[in-house]
Design a protein around this ligand. Structure first.
Ligand code: FES
Length: 190
């Protein structure tokens, strides 16, 4: 099934902004097999795949919503809930795991009062356990958005989170990009 347009939407009563999605639908108009790229583009634009977007994509494709939802839930790359403005990725690859990553995670989670994969109530932070961040020589490692912190102890990790929050307050750190990627090369060693 190729992408059609259907009724173009703007902002709905709930405040959902369809503009980025409508742009994507225009980009893939007439193309077949566009469901995955549409979902990827949606996630890049919104930071996750909102249900409003799935409904609109299903309409544009002329597919049942269950089909779109099924694909979005099948692939681990798609997130169906929003994430915080800043994503803390604690590496649990082998080198980090044996160097104390579980303790680092536990302390960061305790400090923020949330678990792995959860958002703080103010949506400031999300914590995620991830596989190797490519900085094994600095294990254990975590990233906050595109900043990398290495040779961590649980206390250093919490200090890094506190410092980052202070930088955010002072406008010296940037929130995570919607299209989050794995980050860049190591920049900072705690
Ligand atoms: S295992 Fe953590 S950076 Fe490689």
């Amino acid at each position: 099934m190729s992408v059609g347009q259907g009724a173009v939407r703007a902002v709905d009563a709930g405040g959902f902004d369809y503009a980025p999605l409508e742009e994507l639908l225009r980009k893939y108009e007439g193309q077949r097999g566009a469901l995955i790229p549409l979902l990827q583009g949606t996630q890049a634009a919104y930071g996750y795949v909102p249900k409003e977007a799935m409904v609109r994509i299903a309409e544009a494709l002329g597919e049942p919503l269950s089909q779109v939802f099924g694909v979005a839930t099948f692939y681990a790359q798609f997130r169906l809930v929003p994430r915080g403005r800043n994503v803390i990725r604690v590496c649990h690859g082998t080198a980090c795991h044996v160097s104390g990553a579980p303790l680092v995670s536990a302390e960061v989670e305790r400090h923020l009062g949330i678990g792995d994969g959860e958002n703080t109530p103010d949506m400031m932070f999300t914590i995620e356990s991830v596989a190797c961040l490519g900085a094994c020589g600095m294990a254990p490692v975590m990233m906050i958005n595109d900043r990398t912190y290495g040779k961590l102890t649980p206390d250093k990790a919490v200090d890094a989170v506190k410092e980052f929050a202070a930088l955010m307050d002072g406008g010296q750190a940037q929130p995570s990009a919607a299209d989050d990627g794995r980050g860049t090369v190591a920049e900072e060693v705690a």
